[in-house]
Design a protein around this ligand. Sequence first.
Ligand code: SF4
Length: 308
Amino acid sequence: MTGDLSIRLRYLIKFFRMTKKLKVLQGLLELDTGSKCNWCPGCGDHGILLALKQAIFELKLDPEEVMLVSGIGCGSQAPHLVKVYGFHSLHGRAVPVATGMKMANNKMHVIIIGGDGDGYGIGMGHFIHGVRRNFDVTYLVQNNQIYGLTKGQTSPTSDHGFKTKTTPDGAIEPDMHQLSLSIAAGASFVARGFAGDIAHLKELIMAGIQHKGFSHIDILQPCVTLNKINTYQWYQERIYKLGEDFDPRDKAAALAKAEEWGEKIAIGVYYEEDRWTYEDELPMIAEKPLVDHDISGVDISEDLKPYF
Ligand code: SF4
């Protein structure tokens, strides 16, 4: 190859790479609502939002077929920031809202997003039963080990001894083991990501969305304002990726791995299995979603009479 040709080839490759990057950027901008984001600079929620948008873009999901449901918390602002269908619901109630939406239109990609206090605290009952029923939804838990929106109380994932304004002598309770709990409750996809590794997190979110069944992704999300212990650096010193030698289809190995916390913290897919979803067992939506059923001849006025 002559020198001239090789230079032209290099420019061409650079041009294609740039075009690809521009396309990604354009795709991400198209998913932006333009709403003002009120997260603190450096908050892990920014990384999670970017990974989510990239996953939607790379999977080529039609924004009109995506529903983002949140509860209450700092990160629950997400549905305002992504140009897909969105619902900002009540504290701890994102799972039942998402369940209703999935039942009404099972063709939608329903993604739940919310914090650790929201999902593992007040919403724990809904979370466990959502997991057990195996609805085909994806649950992204922004786990910052603290209540951020209410200015820093201990959450269910705060480590034992964690000091806050409301627990000046340190948290008395042990931290919960949400991944083990989720696997034991019957989750068919359990993963853990890190807000500081957006490329890896994007892959996990894509895998979760593509998984048929309830996919639970716990995301380590530094709260730079209120949690001065579990910082980006704290995580970076401990985090490692699950390797090829780890088999996420081995439940016993997944449970053992899910118990690991402290000096070493694994990110990646912990557990995955193929099993029937709740929707699979509903004959009325086998052909088409409920929203597409013809209800023009249905009269429920008699059923409603006792209530009026
Ligand atoms: Fe993020 Fe913490 Fe700020 Fe909330 S308080 S926006 S979780 S950094």
